[in-house]
Each structure stands twice: as C-alpha cells, then as structure tokens.
Design a binder for this molecule. Structure first.
Ligand code: KG4
Ligand code: ZN
Length: 359
C-alpha cells in the first residue's frame, strides 16, 4: 500500500490522517465543529462548509509536519454527506494530488466506517479484513447491516426512516442535553433503569432485516412531554431522565441487534463488526461482545476514537481501493451528496461506488 494522506469533511468534523504503507497510523488530527452547531441542535450545512474551509489547510500543514516520510497518495471522502462540506475536502485533495503528481482516490464514507474496525491508534499495522463478516454501520446518517464476503459488500438491511444516531440526537435535544446527543444519553443511561419506560420496538412486515426508528423516537419524545421533562436534562438530573435515557438506549440497541441471530445463521460469518458513531455506545459494545463470546464469533469494534468520523478510516479505505486498482482524476472528481449503495442482488456495482455514479 502507499503512504496516504486521508481527508474527511463530509459532515461536521474536519479530519486529516497519515497512514504508513502497512496502514499504521502516523498522524490523526480532528477539528470538531460541535460548538458551532450546538446552538442549532444539529449540523447547519453552510456553517459546516465554512468551518472546513478554515480548518483544513491548518490540519494538512500540521499533518505534513508530523508525517515521518513524504506522502505518496491522497484519499478523500467524496460522498455521501453534505455536498458543500464534501466539496471543500474533494477540491483540496484534488489540488494537493495534482500539484504533487500523486494518485488521488475517492472514498465512500460508509466504506470508511466499514474498514474502521481494522485500525488502531497504537502504531500497529492495520489488520486484514476477515473473509466472511457481518458488519453494522450505525451513525448519524446511516443504520445498515452488510455482508462482507471476499472484499465485496452487500447491504442486507437498512433503516427505512431515521438513523439510530439521529434518534439519539433528537431525544437528547428535547431533553436539553445538547448536540451530539449519543454520548450524553450513553452517560445518563448508565445510571438509569432500562425497564422503567415501556417503548415500542417496531418491526417491518416482509423486511426482517430493515429497521424503523421513527416510532420509537416519537414515543420517547411524547413520554418526555407527557412527563413534563422537556429541557429537564440541562438543570440537575432527575430520576425520570436517567430512566428514559436507559430505556431509550436499550430499545435502540435491541432494534439494531435484532437481525443478528438470523443473519448469522444465513451467512455463517467468521466475525461480526460494528462501526459508525453509535458503535461508541457502551451498551451496544457490551451486548455485542457478550453475544460474540457466547457464539464463539469474533467481534470487531473500532477503538472509540475511530467510531465517529475521522481521517484514518478514509485513508485506509483509500489504500485498499488503490491496491485493487482504483485511481481518480483530480480534474474530474466531484462530491456526491447521496448514498450510491445498491440494493441487495446488485453486487457488481458496489465495489467502486463513486466512479459508478452516473451523474
Ligand atoms: O459516524 P458519525 O461521527 O457521523 C455520521 O457519519 O453520521 O456519527 C455521529 C453520531 C451522532 O448521531 C452521535 O449522537 C452518535 O453518532 N454517537 C453515539 C455515541 N457517540 C456518538 N450514539 C450513541 N452512543 C454513543 N456513545
Ligand atoms: Zn460517519
């Protein structure tokens, strides 16, 4: 693999990393925009683009100063994400690659999350991907299960409405816990009773591996309003807030893990992985780890710092794509807002999602 500079600007983190030719992390830098977006309870796209514009040149300069050897390749998130935010990273990466006459590789953000469990921050090389694996990606924008077989990816199930992280953020916002909500709810849930508040776990007819989170989210918001707890998280912690956090968390985690038994029987995976911001969740990690120990199946979880968006995963996804022959033209590469993962059964188009975009 080539020594790679990874750039990620798809949402509200400007992230830059340098990986050596074994996928070991040399530099991992992040400039978070949380304080910019916090007053709005979510990411404001135009503000995100402007913050990326400000942060990216400094991060890259710092990364180059700390890298041990010259960069041989640039990998950049080209989608899905906020198009203005993505464009900042894509144009920066393209100019960098063009100016230095080094290869440019466009990376699908989800592909980045999928490889994140293979990486570490201890300076060790990246581990190879298991041949047969099931992988959950659960973040602020996505909640899907994938089958990974011999490097190919097939999506097996996905959310039909909200993403899991989006629900954590919404419930936290109504409780007055600020943005992002996942870490705050995670912390409160440790002190609450997960059985105190009955919340629905809706199932979709004829789609056993798909999720629906909007009913669960609305039920939690309704319960907060009915119990007069709107904004209650911001001034002292009442028992009911802790119980709601714990009950909501366990409902989301059970929804996410429900397809696992059946998918395991069908796909006989060597390992099960989870990634994306929600994979930082304590209960999700514990439940998966216990399940893996009982089943004798290896569980791959990214270190917590690599669950949320980062440049390390983008650099490594780019390294692997380049190894299989992928190179992008810096004069033509564009950002793409939408997900281009194809429905199950259309495997052929999955390996190179950005290049296959017919736009
Ligand atoms: O992967 P990510 O950084 O961005 C996207 O690609 O969307 O994920 C961010 C999401 C947010 O919704 C955040 O609330 C959620 O991940 N999150 C968590 C936790 N840490 C972050 N959700 C539950 N528990 C956590 N500990
Ligand atoms: Zn992400």
């Amino acid at each position: 693999m080539l020594r790679t500079l990874g750039i990620e600007t798809s949402c509200d983190e400007s992230a830059v990393a340098v990986l050596d030719c074994d996928g070991a992390v040399e530099v991992n830098l992040l400039s978070s925009q949380i304080t910019t977006h916090a007053p709005y309870g979510g990411v404001v796209p135009e503000l995100a683009s402007r913050e990326h514009l400000k942060a990216l040149p400094h991060l890259v300069k710092h990364a180059l100063e700390n890298a041990l050897d010259p960069i041989e390749m640039v990998a950049v998130t080209a989608g899905p994400g906020l198009v203005g935010a993505l464009l900042v990273g894509v144009r920066f990466a393209a100019a960098f690659a063009w100016g230095r006459r080094i290869p440019l590789v466009a990376v699908d953000h989800l592909e980045g999350h999928l490889v994140s469990p293979l990486l570490n921050l201890d300076g060790r090389p990246a581990r190879p991907e298991p041949e047969r694996m099931l992988a959950l990606v659960a973040s602020g924008g996505h909640s899907s299960w994938y089958a990974i077989e011999g490097g190919s990816r097939q999506r097996l199930g996905r959310t039909r409405d909200d993403a899991a992280g989006e629900c954590f953020d919404k419930v936290a916002q109504v409780l007055g816990l600020g943005y992002p909500g996942g870490p705050a709810i995670d912390e409160l849930a440790r002190r609450g009773n997960p059985e105190a508040v009955p919340l629905p776990r809706p199932r979709l007819k004829n789609a056993p591996f798909d999720f629906s989170f909007s009913g669960l989210k609305s039920a939690a918001v309704r319960w907060i309003q009915e119990h007069d707890l709107r904004g209650a998280g911001s001034n002292g912690m009442r028992r009911e807030v802790l119980d709601l956090a714990a009950s909501f968390e366990v409902a989301v985690v059970e929804q996410l893990l429900k397809p696992l038994e059946e998918l395991t029987m069908r796909h006989r995976p060597q390992a099960v992985a989870a990634s994306g911001g929600v994979a930082a969740n304590t209960l999700l990690r514990d439940r998966l780890t216990d399940w893996g120990a009982r089943q004798g199946i290896e569980i791959l979880l990214p270190v917590r710092a690599l669950t949320t968006d980062n440049g390390v995963m983008i650099a490594h996804a780019g390294q692997l794509a380049h190894q299989s022959g992928r190179v992008d033209d810096p004069r033509r590469l564009d950002a793409r807002a939408r997900e281009v993962w194809q429905p199950p059964g259309m495997r052929k188009q999955l390996d190179c999602p950005v290049a296959d975009d017919p736009r």
